[in-house]
Design a protein around this ligand. Structure first.
Ligand code: GTS
Length: 214
C-alpha cells in the first residue's frame, strides 16, 4: 500500500497514528506531496483525489481512497480486529457520530480558518482558494469561533467520560487530537476553562502511537 501525504500535517497525522495503533507501519510506503508548492492541485494528484487533499491511500490494485475516515475504516478492518472504529453495531454508530462531530465542529472549521482567513500555506496556493468574494476573511474568522465552540462542546463531553466516543479510545479521539494540533498551528488556543479537554489532550499525548506515529 502507498500513502500520499506530507509528514507533520494534521490530517496525515490522523492516518499515521492509526497505522501506529494497528502496528502496520511496515505495510505502507509513504510518498511525499509538496503542499506548499501546490502539488496536490496539479492534474497528476487530482487523478488520485479530485478534491485535492491529502492523505490518499492507494491499494495494490490501484484503488485510491481519500478521506481519513474511509482510510481508517479500511486499515482498522484489514486484520479483522477493529480497535478504532467499533465492533458492535452500537459502537460503530456512536464512533461514527462522534467522528463526524470531531470533523464538523473542530477539525474542519480550524482548517477553513487557517486556509481562508490567514495566509495559510503561502502564495502558491492562493489561486486555488475559494473565490475572492468580499467577506471571505469574515467567514474564515467565523470558523475560528465555531472551532472554539467545538472545543467547549468536547470539554463538556469529557467531564463525564474518558474518551470522545465513550469508554474506549477510538478514531474520534484521533480526529479531535489532530484538530487541536491544527488549532495550535493556527494560534487558536484551548479556552482556559476547558480543563477536561486539556487533561484529555495530555493523556492522549502519552499514547505510544501519538508519541511515535508512522
Ligand atoms: N476531510 C479530509 C480528510 O479527512 O482527509 C480533509 C483532508 C485535508 O483537508 N487535508 C489537508 C489538505 O490537503 C492537509 S492538512 O494540512 O489539513 O493536514 N489541504 C490542502 C489544501 O490546499 O487545502
Amino acid at each position: 500500500m502507498k500513502i500520499f501525504d506530507i509528514p507533520g500535517f494534521p490530517n496525515p497525522l490522523r492516518v499515521r497514528i492509526v497505522l501506529a495503533e494497528k502496528r502496520m507501519n511496515a505495510q505502507v510506503e509513504f510518498i511525499k506531496v509538496d503542499l506548499p508548492a501546490a502539488e496536490h492541485k496539479q492534474p497528476a494528484f487530482l487523478a488520485l483525489n479530485p478534491l485535492g487533499t491529502v492523505p490518499v491511500l492507494q491499494l495494490e490494485d490501484g484503488t485510491n481512497i481519500s478521506e481519513c475516515t474511509a482510510i481508517t475504516e479500511y486499515l482498522d478492518n484489514l486484520d479483522g480486529n477493529p480497535i478504532l472504529t467499533g465492533s458492535t453495531p452500537k459502537e460503530k454508530a456512536v464512533i461514527h457520530m462522534m467522528q463526524k462531530r470531531a470533523e464538523s465542529e473542530l477539525a474542519d472549521p480550524v482548517g477553513i480558518y487557517f486556509h481562508h482567513a490567514t495566509p495559510g500555506l503561502g502564495a502558491a496556493l492562493q489561486p486555488y482558494k475559494s473565490p475572492d468574494w468580499e467577506g471571505r476573511v469574515d467567514w474564515g474568522n467565523r470558523q475560528r469561533e465555531r472551532a472554539i465552540d467545538g472545543m467547549k462542546y468536547f470539554d463538556h463531553l469529557l467531564r463525564n467520560q474518558p474518551y470522545i466516543a465513550g469508554d474506549a479510545f477510538s478514531m474520534a479521539d484521533i480526529t479531535v487530537f489532530a484538530g487541536l494540533l491544527f488549532a495550535g498551528f493556527a494560534s487558536i488556543d484551548i479556552p482556559v476553562e476547558c480543563t477536561a479537554l486539556s487533561a484529555w489532550q495530555t493523556k492522549v499525548q502519552q499514547r505510544p502511537s501519538v508519541k511515535n506515529p508512522a
